[in-house]
Design a binder for this molecule. Sequence first.
Ligand SMILES: Cc1cc2nc3c(=O)[nH]c(=O)nc-3n(C[C@H](O)[C@H](O)[C@H](O)COP(=O)(O)OP(=O)(O)OC[C@H]3O[C@@H](n4cnc5c(N)ncnc54)[C@H](O)[C@@H]3O)c2cc1C
Length: 427
Amino acid sequence: MKTIQEVLTTPVAGEYDVLVAGAGPAGVAAAVSAGRLGARTCLVEQSGMVGGVATSGLMSHWTGNTRGGIYEEILDRSHDENAPNMRKVIHTEKLQNALLEMLQEANVDLRLYSFAAKPVMENGAVAGLVIESKAGRQALASQVLVDATGDGDVAARAGAAFALGREEDSSMQPMTLMFRLGGVDMSRAIHPGSFETKVEVPHGEIQALARQELAAPAGHVLLYFTTLSGIVTANMTNCIQVDGTNPQDLTKATIQCRKQMEAIVAFLQRHAPGYEHCYLLQSAAQIGVRETRHFKGLYTLTSEDILAARVFPDWVVTKAHFNFDIHNVQGAGLDANGCQHKFSQPRGYTIPYRCLVPESIDGLLLAGRNISGTHQAHSNFRAMPICANIGQAAGIAAALSSQKGIRPRDLPASEIQTVLRQCGVEP
Ligand SMILES: Cc1cc2nc3c(=O)[nH]c(=O)nc-3n(C[C@H](O)[C@H](O)[C@H](O)COP(=O)(O)OP(=O)(O)OC[C@H]3O[C@@H](n4cnc5c(N)ncnc54)[C@H](O)[C@@H]3O)c2cc1C
């Protein structure tokens, strides 16, 4: 391959105790939590929005649950008060405003429109971040960096070990461009919220009709009411066999999903009661990427841990609850290894601190969907409430490590737990 050589001198634009890359549910929670403990904290985000998939991905609602901790605070501060019975349904604008307010209250230095390009390494440990923006290339110094980019971009560049997708063949869950429909008659509208939800409509069963009439890999119906009259969120576009760490695949998925949208709208007009006069209102600013890198941490969470509702001694996330939400890696619908309605484990599980600590790189913590877990375990903890509380734990750990001048791996989990208990998190 042809190469070029660059000799670079990069200005240091800021020095922080805690740097967080990525402002999704995990990154915002991490930055707010570190800031609240008095750490000089900076949050770097490539887009112009905070909230990650929850906002720029035009997400419908918070699925799964946790008890205690920052997720409940986010919900309290961002839900649509005009729809008190739909607290978990996301109002994108209210959520962004609430998150911005929390960041400002915690004195977090927010840098939007800034791409976390690579870590600054010193003696094999992460000591900061190189960012790229309209201001050019700049460096930010950190005691501890939290990688909450979803894909673990910084951790990967730092040399932290990872595997892509599922263990046997690296296949990753499909991507989806979420979109909203207007003009829906809510009094009659159907809203199948899982692949396993079957709804009889005048021409047949809606999931079967979708498989017959929508071109693969589209072919399932997932519709969610918003808190706004006549507006419904659709999780129905689908692009398989793509890698979210490859910009060409991201481009391909965006184009493919955009092409599916018109056909989906026409399908709903044809078959779905209440959607006869619906129209395409808005699509997400970013393609939704469900799964990419799984990092190797000091511990790797497994599906067995989740099914046994294990309480780890070094718990930092507790009472986490969701199902195995694995979308079919080969087409529409649920994967053979996925389980939504029939998920039988009613008790919440815990996530140990060790899943947030990369096995071999210091100065770095993982937060959100890129922590150390198997493909199947990830399909559960990737739910946003759980990611937010993972971020909270990572932010607290980063602040405590920097205050004590120790490596995150040397921080006793009991010290994180003391702070978490004050936030209402109990095993
Ligand atoms: C289509 C789809 C539907 C889903 N449905 C639901 C649902 O209904 N309910 C639910 O609870 N969960 C749902 N999920 C899962 C959930 O949205 C994600 O797993 C969760 O948002 C992950 O949180 P995170 O903070 O780890 O990452 P993200 O939300 O992905 O946030 C990562 C942030 O980092 C930024 N970033 C990435 N790389 C860089 C970089 N190099 N430099 C700077 N910034 C960077 C991104 O712009 C983004 O803002 C869905 C996911 C998808 C894709």
